[in-house]
Design a protein around this ligand. Structure first.
Ligand code: SF4
Length: 299
């Protein structure tokens, strides 16, 4: 895990991030756009006063419809050393009383995050650690997180390589994300609950895209083939709205219809997934995008 020859994610840029930037744009030192209690997560990983979300800047996917594009498509936010990250993680637990530590798009900064988590756990970090990512991850990198992460929260966005090429410059997304989710599930096992809260497990998020419900069904079929009815928790998202570069793609210029969403939800139910979270249509709005406190702090 060296930022000097960065091959942390499937892009395998091989750059020295002290000097240059790879596809994700991330420097070697972690940059955070917001770290605070977050109000909107699946019920099994949310309880008052909220999830302790840490939003990292930069991303290895660069989806054209990214709702967090302000912080994913350019680097911004405060710089954090390993020691400062450790203190932040403990602050979210001890002072903010967060129900978990929710690391959002952390992959480019794992060389700092892994030692920070190790130190924080030694110093008393006990809340579940949630690894929240777009799903485009290398198995070898995930293996370094064994024992440090309690809940994986990956997206599983596309099946069709034409879609993932067009919208995320990742024609291999499906096979890469599929093997990443298998590794995540290998680490956590089937979901384990305590009083309604998820203590260990994988929650797979899938965002239904306009006109692409057929692809959603293919994603669900693969997931069910790999994990059956109760190997993972499914979260079906209806919150798509055109943003970022979506205007460049006519098919992405509208929200999804109720019929498109219902078709995907029904298919998940018919397959037999045991735990399925669904969303209301009010969530398809920029109002639900966090206000990134430190986004104006530029390099
Ligand atoms: S983390 Fe960034 S620099 Fe490293 S391989 Fe992935 S995209 Fe390239």
């Amino acid at each position: 895990m060296e930022p000097q020859n960065c091959r942390l994610c499937p892009r395998e840029c091989g750059v020295d991030r002290n000097l240059h930037r790879g596809f994700c744009g991330a420097p070697s030192v972690a940059r955070i756009a917001k770290a605070d209690l977050h109000l909107w997560e699946e019920p099994c990983i949310w309880s008052p006063p909220g999830s302790g979300a840490v939003f990292f800047s930069g991303c290895q996917l660069q989806c054209v419809f990214c709702q967090n594009y302000e912080i994913s498509s350019r680097i911004c936010g405060k710089a954090f050393s390993v020691e400062e990250l450790t203190a932040l993680f403990l602050f979210l637990q001890n002072e903010k009383k967060a129900c978990n530590l929710n690391l959002v798009s952390p992959t480019p900064y794992l060389p700092s995050i892994v030692p920070a988590l190790e130190k924080a756990k030694i110093r008393g970090l006990q809340i579940p650690v949630v690894f929240n990512s777009g799903g485009y991850e290398k198995k070898e990198t995930l293996e370094k997180l064994m024992g440090l992460v309690e809940v994986y929260l990956p997206d599983f966005k596309f099946c069709n390589p034409d879609l993932s090429r067009k919208y995320a410059a990742a024609p291999d997304y499906f096979s890469v994300a599929r093997s990443a989710i298998r590794e995540m599930q290998r680490q956590t096992g089937n979901p384990r609950w305590e009083n309604g809260a998820l203590k260990k497990g994988v929650i797979v998020r899938h965002l239904v895209l306009p006109g692409e419900s057929r692809d959603s069904l293919d994603v669900l079929n693969a997931l069910f083939e790999d994990f059956g009815r109760d190997g993972v928790i499914l979260s079906l998202m209806s919150q798509y709205f055109p943003t970022h570069r979506a205007a460049e793609f006519p098919a992405l210029s509208r929200k999804i219809t109720r019929l498109e969403y219902q078709k995907v939800v029904r298919h998940a139910e018919n397959l037999g997934f045991k735990t399925i979270y669904t969303q209301g249509f009010a969530s398809a709005s920029a109002e639900y995008v966090p206000d990134f406190d430190w986004k104006s702090e530029k390099e």
